[in-house]
Design a protein around this ligand. Sequence first.
Ligand code: SF4
Length: 315
Amino acid sequence: MEKIKIGISSCLLGEKVRYDGGHKLDQYITETLGRYFAWVPVCPEVEYGLPVPREGMRLVGDPASPRLLTIRTGVDHTEGMLKWSEKKLKVLEREELCGFIFKSRSPSSGIAGVRVYTPSGMPSHKGVGIFGGAFMRTFPLIPVIDEGRLHNPALRENFIERVFVYKRWKEFIERGAHLRDLITFHTEHKLLILSHSPKHFSDLGRLVARAREYNSDALLSEYIGKLMRGLQLIATVKKNTNVLLHLMGFFKRHLSSDEKQELLEVIEHYHRELIPLIVPVTLIKHYVRKFDEPYLKRQYYLNPHPIELMLRNHV
Ligand code: SF4
């Protein structure tokens, strides 16, 4: 499999670029995710021109538009960092990234919950790093996460699933984005979408059904915008249970009453959070193969990302 290009804060790869000369190597990222992802490292502070080591920085002022200041001497790097970010984002646009993993809490790289200090020194946790914020404004569709959230099993699964969906979308665009291919793309993702958001499932279904009424650029942009926003919603136990019961309906005629009872019990155990999602999904995949169910064979819900990542063993 061709590796998927993902942007990453350089210090998470072990590069010694932090203000104190250290790094923040994350072995889950380098060793586990590194088997599937090709990294495009970015250190805003060093690439902008600051030395290693350097004086630490922090965000100060209004959380909606804070200043980036050095902590001891108060040098203001806001405009410089914004200008550098603008240039860097143009370079990154050519990289065709399918995701970005940012360093959490950094005044340059953070994407949520970064401390912003008032002039009196009291911090709130409502800030976004200067480069992290610029990246999200420029590329609102590209999945992003920070390494802190990456260690939460539900958020990790959600992020990686979106990366794979976005990669497939880019491949679909490269193939020419024909209407019949959009219908196929949508059909194959239906149950995955349903597991995140019944509302987006209905909206996207209606959009595809009326596809001929749109010009193709407007259609594609509306579809992918809605899809990526819908997938950001977490696939909760309740929503997954709903999809599993829906899947079970496909085997009504095939399963004996014993087998139905067993499958229902497994789904019920998942619903009570006694077992992880991988268990009912594996049993259903067994029936999909056994009864050669063509519609379900194509559903990415059953194979959203490589099984070796074991993401559904923990949700
Ligand atoms: S958090 Fe961002 S700016 Fe700081 S060292 Fe890491 S990559 Fe560089």
